[in-house]
Design a protein around this ligand. Structure first.
Ligand SMILES: Nc1ncnc2c1ncn2[C@@H]1O[C@H](COP(=O)(O)OP(=O)(O)O)[C@@H](O)[C@H]1O
Ligand SMILES: [Mg+2]
Length: 227
């Protein structure tokens, strides 16, 4: 499958979520390519710190991205391609979204983040018309406080009011996610049965249900939706 992590803001958790999902899929024996299209190259730098069999990170120049994506898909070397974007609405983002099986829009539970997420959701709907196909998208709440509070209540009621589709899974503010860029270890490598590991596994279950709606879990063939 092709997953695109998009937002018009930096710091919302795109790279963290992309890396955690990519690592978790690779640790389940999928062959995963992460395309880091952010000029900051957060994930490209991260990739020098880990060694996870089956996980590759490439950082092509944004102009080369469509050609690189096409050649990696036709190579048959990868089961999944995850695309991490810069936090700006520009052409590279639109090109990536138009190729996505699912667009994941991370946002913190705050009014400005939710407003920005709505803008990206609007972009996805515009691109659906150009692409002539449905492009599923979901908002993902990140860096959540574990306990309900006024801000998270506001976020949920706003999201319900606007009808923005969202993941049931939320990512809680956890040290394991922050440590990833320091020591290279994906949050799911040791934490499989708890915390970040449980969250990322639940998120991947939801993602697979959206991308492969008709398949039983065992029959969810990689890149099936992209063929
Ligand atoms: N769930 C989380 N818990 C704790 N820290 C997080 C979480 N998600 C992201 N972060 C931290 O927030 C900062 C921004 O995250 P990042 O993934 O780089 O955002 P983006 O790619 O959207 O700019 C980083 O320092 C990262 O470690
Ligand atoms: Mg980033």
């Amino acid at each position: 499958m092709i997953l695109v992590f998009a937002s018009s803001k930096g710091g919302v958790g795109k790279s963290t979520t992309c890396a955690a999902c990519g690592a978790a899929l690779a640790l389940e024996n999928s062959r995963v390519l992460i395309l880091d299209l952010d000029q900051n190259r957060t994930l490209h730098r991260w990739s020098r710190k880990f060694s996870i069999p089956g996980l590759t990170v490439e950082a092509p120049a944004p102009d080369d991205f469509p050609t690189v994506l096409k050649s990696r898909l036709t190579s048959g070397d990868y089961d999944h391609v995850l695309i991490d974007l810069a936090g700006v609405r520009e052409m590279t983002m639109f090109k990536a979204i138009s190729r996505a099986d699912l667009v994941i829009i991370p946002a913190q539970a705050s009014e400005p983040d939710i407003r920005e997420a709505l803008v990206i959701a609007g972009d996805v709907r515009d691109l659906e018309e150009t692409a002539g196909r449905k492009i599923p998208y979901r908002l993902l709440l990140t860096k959540m406080f574990p306990l309900r509070n006024r801000v998270s209540d506001f976020a949920y009621s706003e999201l319900a009011r606007k009808g923005l589709p969202m993941f049931k899974t939320v990512l809680v503010e956890r040290t394991a996610y922050r440590e990833m860029f320091l020591n290279g270890e994906p949050p799911t490598q040791h934490d499989t049965g708890k915390g970040a590991g449980v969250e990322i596994a639940a998120l991947l279950d939801e993602i697979e249900e959206i991308v492969y709606p008709d398949a039983a879990p065992a029959d969810r063939h990689p890149l099936q939706a992209a063929e």
